[in-house]
Design a protein around this ligand. Structure first.
Ligand code: ADP
Ligand code: ZN
Ligand code: ZN
Length: 728
């Protein structure tokens, strides 16, 4: 008998290849089966989507090719996973094959059947060797705080996604750990997915999960999944999750698409973090997909339970009494939730659980605003701030200094002729890096040695303009040179940013010097503000914090508030240490706009008030989450072509169904309009409802493909749709 499986393969987005291709097979293949199929002259990995016994209308045997092979030993990808992938492809306007195949580990594509069989065998052997039966209890030291206990109680009964609104230091991680433990205890094959913005930044979190669960479930029970892993590691983690051997997957946004047949809990830590939104390929929001996935998995579990109860042999459910309410819970955690999630909680779509108090009863840092209009001209760091830091260091406390710009100075300039260190390939300046004496473009990577004289006029006196982390580190080392630590040693300043952590392992080393107290002051970009549980920091300073406020992006205040609140959250985390020191922790903010209302809410640590005013503004302007947006982006050899393509696509949209439900704005260049010699432009689409936007985009998609061949679009390199964009 012949079957006609339809198979999705990795087709480049917009290649015009349909959602799936039809092949022939002598065997019936279950949907979700991984196969190898011929495509042109190559053989590629594919996922069986359907396997009818009759060929699609009009297709003959001669027109189809047989499936080349089945990846033996791998269970099919289940229906829930396929539904998730299908939804993501539709919602974010990409091809099914692109999303499906991007969700699989790249090495799966390259391994032969024999190689794969060997991996699976090794994997199985390792698992058997390491597996130890679950111990009775977690034997963990912490007694839960009252807030943690009531949050966990409420979580247990929650039907909706939970927004865990917990102050910095309120012990959210412990809630994740307990929720995970409970979910895994429900069923022998239950799995949990725990997502973090960047795993490398939070080695502490991974350590805590390992410490808690490896004694219970064995060392293979927790796997990581993120883009920093080698292809072999990624494959091993993916296989472990897919086969159900891994009970916990700890990963970054990509992990939301992992195959997890026993999924019962999804945690999204620091759910406000922009890194959950992908900026290339399918531009999905892992947070939003997590919520969708939780719903799909829950529905399947409920349906399964109903089937079991109604079946011919009603059987007691695995997991006992509570099992009939089995579902897949979603927990979004943050001290500064995204306004989208906050609004969803306001509306009752999410259940908000608050943990306002810090563990140990410590206080959140006191805000100290420094009005830079009243500081000595040209001062990078205000004198009172330096004095405060000196005091802290002398008492054996640590400081964090946050500056969102790496390098020594953002521009190098000649004051004689006006030359500036522009990048020849981008509409941006190259950043001066003093340590290795280079000018580096942070957009395209173009790097040159710093010229000895002005390239235009020969003037020897070319000077840095503005400041970056390297310069602040240098200045602080000078300004604090005479300050002594309690042990009599000189104050030590270190820097942590993408440059200082480029080498593998260097980030861990730098974090360790901070934890051990070797370093007194850590200067760095936003990576120092995220998630760390430093115990002896008592002062945090944001030194060019309001740069973002002058940007036109309507999300700038939201981002700044979150950044400062999170950065401040690194201070005063150890209540016992704070009371032994006798002084409150402080958050210093240097600003040119001290009257900005954002600072009032920050002073009171009042996120709800801040969110309420922001949401009111958004509502009156019809901005997200009240309105819905998508961007059509075009890259082209000339700005003119990029914009012409966009405007043509907009004109062609006029006659489409649902066009009346959306507003299309004229094409505009991006803020940095040229990167690596490619000109970039975008066009904003707005709609009052998500549904209206989706209906329009679906109708628009074929038009976008057609418009590529218009004469005015010559020079177009690519286009992409960004649904729910984070920046416009
Ligand atoms: P958050 O993620 O909310 O900022 P953490 O989860 O990092 O906070 O917890 C802050 C600190 O409090 C950590 O050092 C953690 O070990 C500790 N902690 C958490 N829960 C408890 C508890 N119930 N009792 C004692 N210490 C706790
Ligand atoms: Zn010059
Ligand atoms: Zn460049």
């Amino acid at each position: 008998m012949t079957f006609w499986p339809s198979v999705v393969v990795a087709t480049p987005a917009h290649s015009g290849v349909g959602t799936s291709l039809t092949y022939r097979s002598e065997l019936s293949l279950a949907p979700g089966t991984l196969v190898r199929v011929p495509l042109g002259a190559r053989e590629v990995l594919g996922v069986v989507w359907d396997c009818p016994a009759t060929p699609p209308e009009g297709l003959t045997e001669a027109q189809t090719r047989p499936v080349a092979g089945v990846l033996e030993g791998l269970p099919p990808l289940n229906a829930r996973w396929r539904q998730l992938v299908k939804f993501a492809a539709q919602y974010y306007q990409r091809s099914l094959g692109e999303v499906a195949l991007a969700a699989l580990p790249p090495q799966l594509r390259d391994l032969s059947t024999v190689q794969l069989a060997r991996r699976l065998k090794k994997h199985q052997a390792a698992r058997n060797a390491e597996y130890t039966p679950a111990a009775e209890d977690s034997a963990d030291g912490h007694a839960l705080s009252d807030e943690q206990r009531s949050a966990l109680q409420a979580l247990a009964g929650a039907q909706a996604p939970v927004l865990l609104f917990g102050a910095t230091g309120s012990g959210k991680t412990e809630v994740y750990l307990r929720a995970t433990q409970r979910a895994l205890a429900e069923h022998a094959s239950a799995q949990a997915l725990v997502m973090v913005p960047e795993i490398n930044l939070t080695p502490q979190l991974e350590a805590r999960f390992r410490e808690r669960f490896e004694p219970l479930f064995g060392t293979g029970a927790l796997v990581c999944l993120h883009s920093g892993m080698t292809p072999a590691q990624r494959l091993a983690s993916w296989l472990a999750a897919h086969a159900g051997h891994a009970r916990i997957v700890l990963g970054t946004r990509m992990a939301v698409l992992a195959s997890l047949p026993g999924l019962r809990l999804i945690v999204v830590d620091e759910e406000h973090d922009p890194s959950y939104k992908s900026q290339e390929g399918a531009r999905y929001s892992a947070r939003d997909l997590a919520v969708y996935r939780g719903k799909v998995e829950s529905e399947a579990l409920v349906a399964e339970a109903a089937l079991l109860r109604a079946g011919p042999h009603p059987s007691p459910l695995p997991g006992g009494e509570g099992a009939h309410t089995a579902r897949c819970q979603v927990v979004l955690g943050s001290a500064t939730p995204s306004l989208e999630s906050w609004h969803a909680a306001d509306q009752g779509r999410y259940l908000r659980l608050a943990m306002p108090a810090r563990i140990g009863g410590g206080e959140l840092p006191r805000l100290r605003l420094v009005d830079m209009n009243h500081q000595p001209k040209g001062a990078v760091l205000a004198p009172p701030l330096i004095a405060a830091m000196a005091e802290r260091i002398a008492r054996g406390e640590q400081c964090l200094v946050l500056l969102n710009r790496r390098g020594y100075a953002p521009v190098l300039a000649c004051h004689d002729c006006g030359w500036k260190s522009a990048c020849p390939h981008c509409s941006a300046y190259r950043v001066f890096h003093k340590l290795d004496r280079t000018l580096r473009c942070h957009h395209c990577g173009f790097t040159e040695r710093v010229p000895r004289a002005c390239p235009d006029c020969g003037n020897l006196d070319i000077a840095p303009v503005g400041r970056g982390t390297e310069q602040v580190e240098e200045q602080l080392a000078g300004l604090l040179a005479d300050v002594k630590r309690p042990d009599g040693g000189p104050a030590r300043v270190a820097r942590m940013d993408a440059d200082s952590t480029r080498l593998k392992g260097s980030l861990e080393v730098q974090l360790a010097t901070m934890h051990s107290g070797e370093v007194d002051v850590l200067v760095g970009t936003q990576m120092i503000a995220k998630g760390h549980d430093f115990r002896r920091i008592t002062l945090v300073a944001g030194i060019n914090a309001d740069a973002g406020l002058f940007a036109s992006d309507y999300r700038a205040p939201e981002r700044l508030f979150a950044l400062l609140m999170q950065a401040g959250g690194r201070a005063g985390r150890d209540a016992a240490f704070m009371s032994s020191q006798g002084a409150a922790s402080e958050l210093w903010v240097q600003t040119w706009t001290p009257q900005h209302p954002l600072f009032d809410a920050l002073r009171r640590h009042d996120f709800p008030a801040f969110a309420a005013t922001q949401l009111a503004e958004r509502e009156s302007a019809g901005m997200p989450p009240f309105g819905h947006q998508a961007l059509l982006r075009a890259d082209a050899r000339t700005q003119q072509a990029a914009q012409a393509y966009l405007n043509a696509a907009a004109r062609a949209a006029a006659g489409l169904p649902h066009a009346g439900d959306v507003t299309l704005y004229p094409a505009v260049p991006l803020t940095i309009q040229r990167v690596a010699n490619v000109e970039r432009a975008q066009l904003l689409v707005e709609a009052a409802s998500r549904g209206a936007l989706q209906r329009f985009l679906a109708a628009w998609q074929p038009v976008l493909l057609e418009c590529r061949s218009l004469p005015e679009a010559r020079g177009l390199v690519r286009f992409a749709v960004d649904v729910d964009p984070l920046a416009i």
